[in-house]
Design a protein around this ligand. Structure first.
Ligand SMILES: C[S@@+](CC[C@H](N)C(=O)[O-])C[C@H]1O[C@@H](n2cnc3c(N)ncnc32)[C@H](O)[C@@H]1O
Length: 265
């Protein structure tokens, strides 16, 4: 897990950068704020190491010239096209029923955003302190956006390890309609179709951030506590991937690049 990172910001954003520095310190990440003149492509090429950046586009992560941010505003056109019928995710999670749902592997929050947009009340659980901070920044931006504000209000963020969070729900006898799981999956095992196997740049950076210690948690241990508290558990997998925790699902929805496995109570 990254425990030290630089935060590049231009002069007008240094105060905000210091607030992020405080928040990240509370979450165990030490940040060195660096004031710079211009945050542009040339600067990013010259600083290929993993770093946080703050500018008019908000807080984002950069590495090897790539940029990563939970791009909720960029998802707007997808949200406008999305419907309960057209989205496999909506069918798998029965979003028509407006479920209470825990997304136990929040990541960039894009799946959660879609689920909340289509009616779910979503609790997003993320254990990575930098990702959680990026998600908070995205939610604050979305709250100011006329199209996204209502959706963002149906999303709550929790900084926790999901296994502990789900086990806590079990012990407190908390029940939800759906637990959604989309754990990381090694890129080499993804569908071999070239177009589909081209993990988006954002995902590459996510892999870089999360697998920095060479270890990737495949999330097998989340299935059991999830099944105890939810009427249905939905797991997103690359289309040809093995089942989560080697447990055969009760139902599958197959897409071009990925599939959704459902486990019913
Ligand atoms: C593949 S990403 C999820 C992408 C997400 N579905 C989206 O739409 O952006 C997996 C995320 O789950 C998080 N994660 C994995 N295991 C977790 C756990 N036990 N507790 C909390 N977060 C976890 C990782 O840190 C990572 O951010």
């Amino acid at each position: 897990m990254v425990s030290e990172i630089r935060l590049f910001a231009t002069a007008e954003y240094t105060t905000q950068a210091q607030s992020y520095q405080t928040v990240l310190a509370e979450r165990g990440v030490s940040t060195e704020c660096v004031e710079i003149e211009q945050l542009n492509a040339r600067f990013l090429r010259q600083h290929p190491e993993l770093a946080l950046c703050l500018d008019h586009e908000g807080l984002w992560l950069s590495a090897e010239g790539m940029k990563m941010q939970p791009d909720w505003r960029g998802e707007t056109s997808r949200l406008k096209r999305a419907s309960l019928k057209s989205e496999l995710l909506a069918r798998a999670c029965q979003l028509a029923e407006k479920p209470k749902l825990i997304d136990a592997t929040a990541g960039l929050g894009h799946d959660s955003l879609l689920m909340a947009h289509l009616g779910a009340e979503v609790i997003l659980v993320e254990r990575h302190p930098i990702l959680l901070t990026l998600l908070e920044a995205a939610q604050a931006q979305a709250a100011q956006d006329p199209y996204l504000a209502e959706t963002a209000a149906r999303m709550s963020l929790v900084f926790a390890d999901s296994q502990e969070y789900l086990e806590q729900c079990v012990s407190e006898q908390i029940q939800v309609d759906v637990v959604y799981l989309d754990p990381m999956f090694p890129q080499r095992d993804q569908n071999s179709n070239k177009k589909q196997a081209l993990v988006k740049k954002q995902m590459q950076l996510l892999h870089l951030l999360l697998a920095d210690d060479g270890h990737m948690d495949l999330g097998d241990s989340l299935l059991e506590p999830a099944r105890q508290i939810a009427k249905r558990v939905v797991v997103k997998r690359p289309r040809l991937a093995v089942n989560l925790a080697d447990v055969t699902p009760d139902h599958q929805w197959l897409g071009d690049a990925c599939r959704f496995d459902a486990y019913f109570k």
